[in-house]
Design a protein around this ligand. Sequence first.
Ligand code: SF4
Ligand code: SF4
Length: 406
Amino acid sequence: MCDCCGGHTPPPSESTCCGGSSTSRADRTATPCAWFGHMIENCLEHATESKRQGKPIVCIMCEYTPRELIMAAGGVPVCLCGGSADTIPAAERRLPANLCPLIKSTFGYHVEGSNPFLEMADLVVGETTCDGKKKMFELMGEDRPMYVLELPQKENDADSFARWKTELARFKKYLEDEFQVEITPERLCEAVEVMNRERALRRELAESMQADRPPLTGRQLLTMRSTIAGIGEDYRQYEKAIEMLRRRAVSGERVDGIRVLLTGVPLVHGAERVLHILEDSGGLVVAMENCSGLKPLVDDIDTEADDLMQALAEKYYRIPCSVMTHNNRRLDLLREMVKDYRPQCVVELTWQACLTYDVESNRIKRLVEEEFGLPYLHVETDYSPSDSARIAVRVEALFETVRANG
Ligand code: SF4
Ligand code: SF4
């Protein structure tokens, strides 16, 4: 967003203005790029100060967990998902090697005690998404305070939804008892308003990519996120970024590239390699359907609803993740996104050993090729850069097909 991040070609992955050594708060708040370039530092500062004020730090690992409930209980929700390959060897001493890197990386931080957020956590929420995560939480729970949140499995199913609503009521009660606080309707409404605002700001940023020639790269957009929800300065910086993009629209500054829609698993902080390969090869990731993109942002919660817990449960029940069966909403979301973002191809990313996304990729491939008539590429990888050259070759072939299609 600042000058070096606003060029017409994708910036280098370690732009000095996005990750430089000046880290005073005044320097960091100068521009959205400077601010989000120091995201972990900002979050650490926020978590440390919150902890000092007696606020509980609650780590979560899935977008199904309503951050609103944690915030209404006075807590700070922190995303725990690990994106580093460095912690995987430590994890593999206790976990099978043939497991998703996201799970292993997260568990490796736990084994090494090297994630400061986890070390200050008062509670970890273990969501029963996929089997690997569910069983990893059993091991992590031997040493950490853990609450297991049981997720729904079936979409559009009244019994499944009723069970989910009960589960959220139980989670609310647990937070109240654990942190000695009453989650009143007013407190919950306040937290919902905060999260609605966060989703709206991030949606607006993402929607700027609908332009024929978008004002920023997918890499720049992905940088503008936070491990912790509800940080006031994040919101000020999102607003500043939106304002800059409006000015850029007037001045005509634009980025070019083959328009790519990226779907599949989330690109957690530190695991953005595939997006970088796509943009270094001449692509422009105009939209991400995954949990690092629009998937958790599309629905808000109606603060005027008669039963806010019901509205909360409905919003999260609608998340179109592959852990659901069937997961038709994901196909519907992709249909909407193809209409709005007009990609020239679709790339699906699956972390190795992520069975739900891997199996579901068959339906996505058919949807993309047969219904959308677009070229499709499925990339299965882990956090190791060893296959980067091979992925780049496949991306190059995909882009050749796009060019040949005109
Ligand atoms: S992809 Fe699914 S399991 Fe992973 S964070 Fe998103 S909702 Fe949760
Ligand atoms: S990417 Fe797949 S295997 Fe990994 S944690 Fe998410 S759902 Fe589970």
